[in-house]
Design a protein around this ligand. Sequence first.
Ligand code: GDP
Ligand code: GDP
Length: 437
Amino acid sequence: MGRKFVAVVGRPNVGKSTLFNKLAGKRIAIVDDKPGVTRDRIYAKAEWLQHEFTLIDTGGIEPKADDIILAQMRRQALIAIETCDVIMFVVDGKLGMTDADNEVALMLRKSGKPVVLVVNKLEKRSEEANLYEFYNLGLGTPIPISATQALGLGDMLDEVVAHFDDVAEEDEDENVVRVAFMGKPNVGKSSLINRLIGEERNIVSSIPGTTRDAVDSYLETEEGQFILIDTAGIRRKSKIKEVIERYSVIRSFAAIEKADVCVLMIDATEGVTDQDEKIIGFAHEQSKALMVIVNKWDLIEKDNNTFEKFKKDIQQDLKFAPYVKFLFISALTGQRANKVMKVVKECYESYNKRISTGVINEVVSQAVLMNEPPIVSNNRLKIYYATQVATKPPTFVFFVNNPQLLHFSYRRYLENQLRNAFGFEGTGIKLIFRERK
Ligand code: GDP
Ligand code: GDP
């Protein structure tokens, strides 16, 4: 089952960031009375009653004029409808209902997506009467909360996760590898996909009723069966650059979530952008299989060192994911394009690899012998036993005396030892530490 996406939508100043931070369990954004404060958080992981989900903040800028607010809210709602499973629509219970609330409610209703209507800033019982006018939005029972006081959040989350069961699971064929192609507009995604699938562009799904223009194509080669997900289509016109960027990043997140292998395409003439780092950071956090394609290699003037230097620079930018596989291609001339699916397959094989428990424990005891865990507050981590509990991504559970004693550098050491022994090139892996009961 894929991780669910929950969008937070609402007018500026209704308290979205405050709520977002409360739910994410830590302050990751600046909440400020002054509008216009730059904030750059897009997603946070959250957990409620055994449900893990990703919260997506569709906002991002603070427009001042009313008409811009409305235009931006429409866009936010669109992003949420397109990419998320459940939408939390936040309104201001102190201020009361506004025209913009009405407009957005209409869009959300039409979309048929599950919506949880959240009325914020209701600290006092006496203010609960303010709740009733929001029934007029036609989005069901409004839920009173106070984000600052953390009141009502439990009821709200119950409502959110109750909708998870309604969300249809897409049919998943175990034998088909899902590959998402990401990267900024014009990097060459469509050119490459067209080259890979040749004439028979075989459209397997375009979801009706949404404006989604990511198109999935089916490809069968000697390497296997694949669905190629093109996350193009971010060329909508907007005067607000930040909105467009956020839109494309959120959309990429949604594609990553569904993919086995994530392919980030980088323009050789531009290098790694902030947006690229966000995307690859998210794929890394989700422990997906990961490949970087440097495209437009034909435009680079080369000498003997060009390739190594390029690779080094990119690896430096992406040093949090040193396992990434690289390929330098030209989608235009076709140079090395025939290698793409081979490398994708290698990444997938790592992602799907299973190691037997006996062998893992040999490697782990050897690792501990060579380099004992450091002493933390007079105590030392003891690893009793390790086992691989899942593939896609490879997930290892270490049973230990006390997970608190794990230092992050030792976690990295163990991951490196597993990687040295078993490869796992081209994929993230997950290490979980549990107390042995
Ligand atoms: P956003 O623009 O929707 O992200 O709103 P913010 O989270 O930045 O909050 C806007 C303002 O509303 C800030 O001054 C917050 O302190 C305030 N605020 C947020 N939540 C509550 C609440 O539950 N009660 C009250 N009284 N104020 C709140
Ligand atoms: P997308 O927006 O990522 O799907 O990018 P497109 O596939 O539409 O390509 C954008 C532009 O870059 C087009 O004009 C392509 O012909 C050009 N392009 C794509 N790949 C290459 C390449 O490898 N080399 C060169 N020189 N141009 C390329």
